[in-house]
Each structure stands twice: as structure tokens, then as C-alpha cells.
Write a new protein. Structure first.
Length: 389
């Protein structure tokens, strides 16, 4: 079977659905076809993420995307209404907090805060007394201070993805639940895709948003990308003694993060793992590694009971750990939105808007995504982000 469409998006998670929505919302009148191989999103990276939304980055492009996300997710329930029904995403703006253990790291946070201020982010440095106002139970024995943004927080990733997808469908996008087996090209121009069922869909524009599977797909047109899949475990547990206040998403100096999930707590860490697709999780990850750190930082966590756990896959950019956005220089019409290294959920609104602008007009308008172009790898013009969790 052969079909014709105008834009093909491979990957119907939060990035692909956001791009489809923004294109149609911004006035694109062509046919958009989104391919998603996992109809129930059982193994999609989006619903398996921690759902953190922050502006506390150290590079301008990431700060801009974080700021845009906070604004858009705050307005999301109303803006993404379908047939009068609000798109609730449970955006809890309890803040984001980075803790550090010495004065040298405090100076680094001060430099970050000054940069963030230039972009209109209201982050602030917190000393020990201020930290206790945010988390009264915090053990400060080995803590020098922190950087805090009260506007940031966390949300329900699955609801965001569904919100974008439902709105995109209402505006006219077509979802096809088939696996794309390869990208097709004619000379130096993309021409469509072929599915695992041997169906061919022709289009002059193909956007690769396939997450952990993106590099395999790109190799079908002999265009390798520096992205590899890495497993990331998240453990949900109950503390014997409740906390006085709702937690910000807190990043310990060790790199372990934790936040509230309803009345429970979720926690994770970017452990060193062998690249590959692996959805297994282990209780020992919590018992042997997370728990000692958590119990030291918050005494309420000394008595904890694991409620559940899961693993998701980071699409890890092996060169500079930042997203790759835009048209590939070696194949006309082939666009990338890949390599988010755990930041896809918080960068989805800006990426959707940016690619909508570029595909429709040939230029970025709201945020300039040029720093994240693929060509930076040829030019050695890397984006070095210091605040990676």
C-alpha cells in the first residue's frame, strides 16, 4: 500500500504530538501523519519520566526553553481544551531546588543565577536558614546552600502527552499505529517512510522524534546521530512520617533527586549503565544506593517502604547531552527532534513551537534553536550544560 501525505512525524510521544499540535494551531493546512508503534504507550519514554519542569539551566537556549515550558504548562489545561473539557496535567509548582555542599559550588550557583536572571527567571540563592523554610526537615550538616526557583515544579507526563495528541487529532492530525521500519529518500531529499508492514507513505518532510529508537531509524538513510539509549530507574516509596510541606523537585549534591508524587515520594539517579533498551528495575537500586542518601538528607525517609518502581529510557546525546533540533544538513526535508537526555518533557512546548515556525516559514521566531543544530558536531560548537541531572 502506498499513501501520500505532507508531513510525517515518527514518534507520537510528547515531542511528536507537540510538533503536530503547534503546526496545526499555527495555521499549517497540509496533512500531518504521526506514526507511533506503541499504541498504549506502554514503553514510551514520556509516561516513564519524572515529569520535572525547570528553568534552572546554565545555557541560554535551555533556560529559554524551560521558561517557555513553565508559561505554557501553567496555561495548558485551558489552552488545550477539547470539546470544552480541560486538559488537566496536575502541574504542581512547588519549585525546583539544587543543593550544594561547599562554597566553591555556591559560587557556581551564583553565576548560574545571574545568567538565569538575564532571561527573566526569578531564581534565588538560599542559605541554610532559607532552605529550612522550603524543606523544614532537611539535614544541612553537609550542605552549604542551594539555588531555588519557586515557579518550577512537576506534572503528570502522560496527561501532557495525551493533551497534545488529543488536540492535534481535533485539529486534523492523523495517528497511524504502525512501526516505521525505514526512512526513504531520493538523492539528497527525504521522500517518505516504509513501515514494518511494507506500507509506504510519501512526504517531502519527515521529522524523526523516535526517542531511544531515533538513531536506528536515522541509520536507514546512512545518517548516524550521536544518540544512545540509557536506562533510568525511578522508585516510588512511602515515608513512615509525612513531611510538613510539599517538596520541590530537589537535587541532592550526590545527584539523587526526589519529589512528592501525591502522598508518596519518587526518587532516581542517573546511574552509569550499559547502553541499550532495558525496562527492568530493581529494589536493590533503592535499598543499596538511593535509600542511604535519602535517609541522610531527610530523616523522615529513614523508615521507608517501596510502593512501586519503573524504568524509562533516556535518549542520551553522547557528545554534549543536549537536544538536536532542526533540519539535517545532508538530507533536505529530514528534521530531527532527538537526544533530549532526559529533558524532553520540559522542552516539548518550545520544540513544538520552534519546528512549527521553521517548517512553515524557514526561520525560528519565538526561540532561536540554531545552537542545537546538527551542524554543531561538525563545527565543534558544542552546547555545554552544567546542570544535568
Amino acid at each position: 500500500m502506498q499513501k501520500q501525505t505532507d508531513i510525517i512525524i515518527v514518534g507520537g510521544g510528547v515531542i511528536g504530538s507537540s510538533i503536530a499540535y503547534h503546526l496545526l494551531e499555527d495555521g499549517y493546512t497540509g496533512d500531518i501523519t504521526i506514526f507511533e508503534k506503541d499504541k498504549r504507550y506502554e514503553f514510551s519514554s514520556t509516561p516513564r519520566s519524572a515529569g520535572g519542569i525547570r528553568q534552572l539551566f546554565t545555557t541560554g537556549i535551555n533556560i529559554e526553553m524551560g521558561k517557555y515550558a513553565v508559561e505554557k504548562y501553567a496555561a495548558f489545561p485551558e489552552e488545550m481544551k477539547v470539546d470544552g473539557e480541560r486538559a488537566e496535567i496536575d502541574f504542581q509548582q512547588h519549585g525546583y531546588l539544587f543543593l550544594v555542599s561547599d562554597e566553591q559550588e555556591m559560587k557556581q550557583l551564583e553565576r548560574q543565577a545571574k545568567l538565569q536572571e538575564q532571561y527573566g527567571v526569578r531564581s534565588k540563592m538560599l542559605g541554610k536558614a532559607d532552605l529550612l523554610d522550603v524543606i523544614p526537615e532537611l539535614n544541612l550538616e553537609d550542605i552549604a546552600g542551594g539555588l531555588y526557583s519557586s515557579e518550577d515544579g512537576y506534572l503528570d507526563p502522560y496527561s501532557v502527552m495525551q493533551g497534545y495528541a488529543k488536540k492535534a487529532k481535533q485539529l486534523g492530525a492523523t495517528f497511524v499505529y504502525e512501526e516505521v521500519h525505514e526512512i526513504l529518500k531520493i538523492r539528497n531529499h527525504v521522500s517518505g517512510v516504509k513501515t514494518a508492514d511494507e506500507n509506504v507513505y510519501h512526504a517531502p518532510v519527515v521529522i524523526n522524534c523516535a526517542g531511544p529508537w531515533a538513531p536506528y531509524l536515522s541509520e536507514t538513510v546512512d545518517l548516524p546521530i550521536p544518540v544512545t539509549p540509557l536506562k533510568r530507574q525511578i522508585i516510588q516509596f512511602n515515608a513512615a512520617e509525612p513531611l510538613e510541606k510539599k517538596l520541590p523537585l530537589t537535587v541532592d549534591p550526590s545527584g539523587v533527586y526526589f519529589r512528592h508524587e501525591g502522598s508518596s515520594i519518587i526518587s532516581g539517579y542517573s546511574e552509569d549503565v550499559k547502553p541499550g533498551i532495558d525496562f527492568s528495575w530493581k529494589r536493590s537500586f533503592f535499598m543499596d544506593f538511593l535509600w542511604p542518601i535519602l535517609a541522610n538528607r531527610v530523616p523522615n525517609f529513614e523508615k521507608a517502604k517501596i510502593q512501586s518502581g519503573w524504568a524509562g529510557i533516556y535518549s542520551h546525546n553522547t557528545v554534549d547531552q543536549n537536544a538536536i533540533i532542526g533540519e539535517h544538513p545532508d538530507l533536505k526535508g529530514y528534521h530531527l527532534a532527538v537526544g533530549f537526555s532526559g529533558h524532553g518533557m520540559q522542552q516539548a512546548p518550545a520544540v513544538g513551537k520552534g519546528l512549527s515556525e521553521y517548517i512553515r516559514t524557514g526561520a525560528y521566531e519565538t526561540i532561536d534553536f540554531t545552537p542545537l543544530r546538527f551542524e554543531r558536531f561538525y563545527e565543534k560548537d558544542f552546547v555545554i550544560e552544567e546542570a544535568i541531572v
